[in-house]
Design a protein around this ligand. Structure first.
Ligand SMILES: Nc1ncnc2c1ncn2[C@@H]1O[C@H](COP(=O)(O)OP(=O)(O)OP(=O)(O)O)[C@@H](O)[C@H]1O
Ligand SMILES: [Mg+2]
Length: 260
């Protein structure tokens, strides 16, 4: 059975995609899912840096056919009894910069057939280039990370439009990061939803918000996973809640399909 592929993108850079991808991997592993986190920021890989790991696996070897997924992924412990796997290129190498869809499509095919996992989280790079949009369009679900920065909204709209153009029907799910409170999160999500409804004829679902939280910056600077370092902090709780929604959606879908 194929894993559920969840891509995380934003268009705009620095919205918190990697922080959310790493933290969702941690939270979903704690909910019993076998998770692979793929750092698909092919030019500027940095998930392993946020995790404080010496190396994040051998994505380069996988893409050039020298490694299998089994040997290319590395295990990331997260708590005494839990772990997820990470597949990334070496940080600072810039190995796959500008490789575009030529690298994305074979990687997607490998991830789609990785049946040793329940879930593959794809941490996308900034921008809306061909590689980013092919990962976003082929995923089972695509989380679009917005922030209160007005440029994030316009970039997210472009992302939504390009995704619709490729898929014909699909809208991303909205996650608002760095919001001051629930009201601001909802307001930002509503602005994108209203534009998408009026001009594109689709209604992206609002998954929830993650508050601006100084502990996040602290954890990122320490290169220590947020959910291990500050498990009680509001941003960690919000990401756990979003992970529960994602996990719940899979558990509902599977019996309907008669597969589990
Ligand atoms: N909820 C939050 N509260 C406070 N700071 C945050 C929050 N989320 C992310 N940040 C900060 O934003 C910065 C960027 O985060 P991150 O690297 O995860 O973004 P990104 O979207 O992956 O960036 P890029 O586009 O470069 O890949 C980090 O320094 C992190 O500390
Ligand atoms: Mg990133």
């Amino acid at each position: 059975m194929s894993p559920r592929i969840t891509a995380i993108g934003s268009g705009k850079g620095g919205t918190g995609k990697t922080l959310i991808a790493v933290s969702l991997a941690h939270a979903l592993a704690h909910q019993g899912e076998r998770v692979l986190l793929c750092d698909a920021d092919l030019g500027l890989s940095n998930a392993s840096v946020q995790l404080g790991m010496k190396e994040g696996g051998d994505l380069a070897g996988l893409l050039t056919g020298k490694s299998s997924l089994k040997t290319a992924a590395v295990r990331v412990p997260c708590g005494a009894r839990y772990s997820f796997d990470l597949l990334a290129a070496p940080p600072g190498a810039g190995t796959f910069a500008n490789s575009g869809e030529a690298a994305a499509l074979p990687l997607l095919a490998t991830l789609e057939s990785a049946d040793q996992y329940d879930r593959v989280l794809i941490d996308l790079g900034a921008g809306v280039d061909g590689a980013v949009m092919s990962f976003a369009s082929r995923a089972d679900e695509t989380l679009l990370v917005l922030t209160p920065d007005p440029a994030s909204l316009t970039d997210a709209y472009a992302f939504t439009k390009l995704m619709l153009r490729r898929t014909g029907t699909r809208a991303p799910q909205i996650l608002v990061n760095m919001a001051l409170n629930v009201t601001e999160g909802r307001r930002i999500a509503d602005t994108l939803t209203a534009a998408a409804r009026s001009f594109l004829g689709i209604v992206p679902e609002y998954l929830g918000f993650v508050p601006f939280d100084a502990r996040v910056t602290d954890a990122v600077r320490r290169q220590s996973p947020l959910l291990s370092t500050f498990p009680q902090t509001p941003a960690a709780s919000a990401i756990e809640e979003i992970a529960r929604k994602l996990h719940g959606a899979v558990r509902v879908a599977l019996p309907v399909m008669g597969l589990r």
